[in-house]
Design a binder for this molecule. Structure first.
Ligand code: AMP
Ligand code: MG
Length: 417
């Protein structure tokens, strides 16, 4: 069954039945299935995975009071510049001093060593004069200084990491410090994707006249990998009804989400519509965004379906602005991509009616102010603009052209991937 979402909100510059990006995002949100599959992985394989359950600390971190400096351990209440202390032994990290320290005594101690019985304070070795195993203190020493106290980083039973946390270097290190060797994470979402188009050739083959190399599959694979999902590359599918239907059926049997590129614009929309007509419930949208006007969205059996536009920049914009937030919601993660306002040092052509994602170059002037300039030509097929730029300049739907020094909203690419 093929349907389209009715919208009543049309401006002069908009084509009839276009959907704003906010409306599309809102609708997609209502259609996202919950995804609860989990699996265990070794810590070494945990990078980028999403923690399935909150982790309570099974032990105190650090497990005991220990020295934060190299120096001498003694009892804080006996600190005195007039008293002498006899050094009765040494404590090293991993090799504790096993005796008890009494009044007038101290122990030579290294960073990370357990504080000996009877001590609670470390005096830095640089603050001490030492003569034949007798030390004398300088001024400005304080009881309990230079000690890492048991449980001060994490107390036993305290929440160490919340469910839904993406595991990066710090989180994996934290889990190792708590003695974990494996961890329960969300299973990776499986995303089947293919390119459509009779003109497309894989970069492994020679290019025939009238053909172009398929770049979307490589871009999509990279964006999916960065997101920590499992990409299933199904190749290039020609503009041919039965082959396309077969590929969509195969994809829906294997993946939670299906992504395609191409074939959803006006000229070919009917063809893809036809291929999908008895497989699922798909909306064919004209989005009020640039680049990336055509987008198909819906379900094929139990799989979510996104039909991205074929133009390479349009496919990336639709992925980042619509697909990525949906996949992150399904994975149970919330990542706020920063946007902020800076002055624009280029004139930008823009007509009211569509939200534009122009490519810009953010840089810092000598006085420390951040500004953005355009990367130049903004064609939706010019992938070079995504590589030469480092941010989107997001121009709202109703905005007209931008003059030099106007304020614009930017969204850095390093927040997106
Ligand atoms: P379509 O959305 O299929 O009408 O394609 C729009 C434009 O994007 C056409 O110029 C296509 O040749 C181009 N295009 C479609 N798919 C790809 C792809 N996978 N890689 C590079 N260009 C593509
Ligand atoms: Mg095409």
């Amino acid at each position: 069954m093929t349907t389209s979402l009715n919208t009543s909100c049309c401006e002069d510059e908009r084509e009839p039945n276009t959907l704003s990006i906010e409306e599309a995002l809102q609708y997609i949100k209502t259609q996202l299935p919950s995804f609860t599959d989990i699996e265990k992985v070794g810590l070494q394989d945990g990078l980028g995975r999403i923690l399935a359950h909150s982790i309570l600390s099974p032990l105190n971190l650090p497990p005991h009071d220990c020295a934060a400096m190299d120096g001498y351990a003694l009892a804080g209440q006996t600190l005195s510049t007039t008293q002498q202390y006899r050094v009765i032994g040494s404590a090293f990290a991993g090799k504790p001093f096993l005796g008890t320290v009494r009044e007038g005594e101290c122990v030579r101690i290294m960073t990370g060593a357990v504080l000996p019985e009877g001590t609670d304070t470390v005096v830095m070795q640089e603050h001490v004069t030492c003569l034949e195993e007798i030390i004398q203190l300088g001024t400005d020493e304080h009881p309990r200084q230079h000690v890492r106290y048991k449980g001060e980083d994490l107390a036993q039973g305290q929440v160490a990491l919340q469910a839904g946390k993406p595991l990066l270097a710090a989180e994996l290190g934290l889990l190792a410090s708590l003695g974990f060797v494996e961890i329960t994470v969300k299973r990776r979402l499986r995303i089947a994707f293919f390119s459509t188009g009779d003109e497309l050739t894989a970069p492994t083959s020679a290019l025939e006249r009238g053909h172009i190399y398929d770049s979307n599959r490589t871009t999509l694979y990279a964006m999916l990998k960065r997101l920590g999902v499992e990409p299933l590359d199904m190749g290039i599918i020609p503009d041919e009804l039965s082959t396309l239907q077969h590929a969509l059926r195969m994809a829906s049997g294997q993946a939670e989400v299906i992504l395609t590129s191409g074939g959803v614009s006006v000229g070919e929309a009917d063809f893809v519509k036809q291929a999908l007509s008895d497989l699922g419930n798909i909306h064919f949208w004209k989005l009020a965004i640039k680049p990336g006007r055509p987008l198909a969205f819906g379900k094929i059996q139990d799989s979510l379906f996104f039909g991205l536009p074929g133009n390479p920049v349009a496919a990336m914009v639709a992925f980042y602005q619509l697909v990525q937030p949906a996949l992150q919601t399904m994975m149970g993660i919330k990542i706020n991509i920063p946007t902020w306002k800076v002055r624009c040092t280029s004139k930008l052509a823009k007509k009211p009616g569509r939200t534009e994602f122009q490519r810009g170059l953010l840089s810092q002037t000598e006085n420390g102010e951040w500004t953005v300039c355009s990367t130049g030509a903004q064609g939706s097929g010019m992938l070079r603009s995504m590589s030469e730029g480092n941010c989107f300049i997001i121009l709202p739907q109703e905005q007209g052209r931008v003059q030099i020094n106007d304020w614009v909203t930017v969204q850095p690419f390093w927040g997106l991937i």
